[in-house]
Each structure stands twice: as C-alpha cells, then as structure tokens.
Design a protein. Structure first.
Length: 353
C-alpha cells in the first residue's frame, strides 16, 4: 500500500505553553500561532500572574505581539491561567470566572521549576480556593513534583503521585485536575485509572527521547527540563498512553524557551523550546508508534473536551516532506535552540494563514 503523503487534522491546541513576556513575546507568540489555534498560557512570569486582572493584561500583550498575518487570520486565541499562591482567595477565583479570560489555575509547588518561588507551600491554605474553583468550574493544572531535597530529582514526580496527589484530589473531589507534562509510567497508570475529573498532558520531548539523550556521551543542556527526562521504560509508557485514544490525555508542549546563554551556562535554566515545530514532532512520535490515526484526538479533540471548549472549525495539513529543524531561531535580541535542532523531521506543517 502506498504511503499517505498528507495528513489532515482539526487545528490543534496546546494546553501547556510558556510565552514569556517583553521583548521575546513577538517571537514566541507567533511561533505558537503558526502551530496552534489555542494555547493555554502559563502564568510564571516575574512577577507572576496572580490576579484575573493581570491575566487579562497579559492576554492583551500577547495579542498585540502577533504579526499582522496572524491577526488577520484570526485563528490564534491565548487562553489564560492564574498562578495559585497560599494567599489566593475564593473571591479572586470568582473574578477569574466572571472575567472569562482565565480558563485554569496553575499550581506550582514552591521551588519546583522556573519562577516558582511564589508557589504553594501548604495545601491547607489553598483548600478554600480549590473549592471555589470546583464551584466555578475552573480546572487546576498541577506541576506534579515534590520539592523535598531528600528526594532524587528523577523520583520527584513518582513521589508526588504517591504521597501528594491523592490528598490534593480529596480537598475538592469534583475539581477537574490536569497533571501537567507527566513523565513517568506511574503517572500514566494513575491518570488512566483515575476518575473522569483527572487528565494529563504530555510533551513532545518526553515522547521522543529519554534521559540518555540528555546525559549519555556528554551533557546536552537544551534537553534539560523540569520534570526531567526519565527512563526508556517511562517513555514507552507515555507513548502508550498518548496513542491509546484515552479521552483525558492530550497535547501540552510545555514549550519553555530560554536564550541560548541561559541554557549553555554553569547553571543552565530548565526548559525545552518545542513551539517552532511542535505538531511535526508529535507526528513523528505517533508515526513511530504506528498510531498516526490517533494524533487528531490527542492534539485537537481531547483537550478541548476536557476544558469545555468547542473543537476548532478549521483544519491544518501535514505533508510528508522531510525538512531540517534549524539550529536556532530568534528570541528577542538573542536566539533559542529548538528541540530537535539539526535533525530531520518527516512531516511538515503547511502554513494555513
């Protein structure tokens, strides 16, 4: 049978995306708009987005940063999140609901990742906010790692799943919860067996490579992210979950750019930039698994359904057209090295503006 030369998909959404702010926003927003119809934008700026008003202001900056072509196409919509802190009140959750721009609230354990110092330290303090989120139908997005220095960095998600997540879920039992960027077989097993209010996103890097790619034969800082890459057994479990057709597992790139000098440093920043070629990277992973027929649900249907959104009305086309990922792309007054830099991908998104 002849190999299909094109793949048509409902336009995909990214339910975990870091656009940053300031001078780099034009580059990141337009990279996201090329790939996705909607992106759930993370709030860990400096200072973090801790109010509904700040989220709306950030949304305005994102839309203003889009190119004239992207604005004219009117096909990219940033979905905003608010940063949960120990001081977040039920009234602020209500303001998120009333304003309409905030579609989810993000929980960072304090110190877990980039710009998470203002994150949650005590579940007791956030229980009223969680219950308000449940009341107003706002999902909770969780960076699911413990920050105890006694726990090995490769085990922080596993320990969170075992010791922290059940307690969190009990505090608002009907709250919709997304375990962001899951990386372990234990996380996949938990979500696959959980109730209808628990979902997960998976990044392209955790589907395509394991920790050997980052560490074997030399350290590759542009593959360093949090949660960190795990074992091949974990990667295989994630591929199985992503390609299973399960309705509560969907696309979330966690695209998190840092300028090259912030990565190639004595203490490099955590984050992988995948927005430049994200849907092509996912197509690579799904094709390797023999599951291209499952890509549309993962990228374009499941996430929208979980967040209570209509699926996008337009389609995009991927062509079987091998191309090389560039070594770097613009990032404000610097450059960022994209995931897969220098490698050849088989599928290429045909520009739809």
């Amino acid at each position: 049978m002849a190999e299909a030369q094109q793949l048509s998909l409902i336009a995909p959404d990214d339910f975990h995306h870091h656009l940053r702010d300031g001078a780099v926003l034009s580059d990141t927003a337009n990279a996201a708009a090329r790939q996705f119809s909607r992106a759930l934008v993370m709030p860990n700026l400096v200072p973090p987005v801790t109010t509904a008003a700040a989220a709306s202001e950030y949304k305005t900056r994102i839309l203003s940063a889009l190119s004239p072509e992207a604005r004219a196409a009117d096909r990219f919509r940033p979905l905003m999140t608010m940063y949960l802190t120990d001081e977040t009140t039920p009234e602020e959750i209500k303001q998120c609901f009333v304003g309409g721009d905030v579609k989810a609230v993000k929980l960072y354990p304090a110190g877990a990742t980039t710009n998470s110092a203002s994150g949650v330290t005590d579940y007791e303090k956030i229980t009223p906010a969680l219950q308000a989120m449940q009341h107003y139908g706002l999902p909770l997005c969780i960076h699911g790692e413990v920050t105890d220095p006694a726990v090995d960095i490769f085990d922080r998600e596993r320990v969170f799943i075992e010791k922290k997540l059940p307690d969190l879920l009990q505090r608002a039992s009907q709250l919709r919860v997304v375990l962001e960027h899951m990386t372990t077989k234990e996380a996949a097993q938990f979500v696959l067996s959980a109730g209808p209010n628990v979902a997960a996103t998976i990044t392209p890097q955790h589907l395509l490579v394991n920790r050997n790619a980052m560490l074997a034969g030399g350290i590759r800082p542009h593959l360093y992210c949090l949660p960190i890459l795990k074992t091949e057994e974990d990667r295989v479990a994630l591929v199985g979950a992503a390609t299973s057709g399960h309705p509560r597992i969907f696309l979330g790139t966690d695209s998190a750019p840092h300028a090259i000098g912030k990565k190639e440093a004595a203490c490099g920043c955590a984050g992988v930039f995948s927005a430049h070629s994200a849907i092509e990277l996912y197509a690579e992973a799904f094709e390797q698994a023999g599951a291209l027929d499952k890509l549309e649900a993962f990228s374009s249907v499941n996430g929208a359904a979980f967040y209570g959104l209509e699926v996008n009305q337009h389609k995009v086309t991927l062509a079987l057209e091998p191309w090389k990922v560039p070594d770097s792309v613009p990032f404000g007054d610097s450059v960022v090295v994209p995931f897969g830099a220098g490698t050849t991908l088989r599928w290429k998104l045909q520009h739809s503006w």
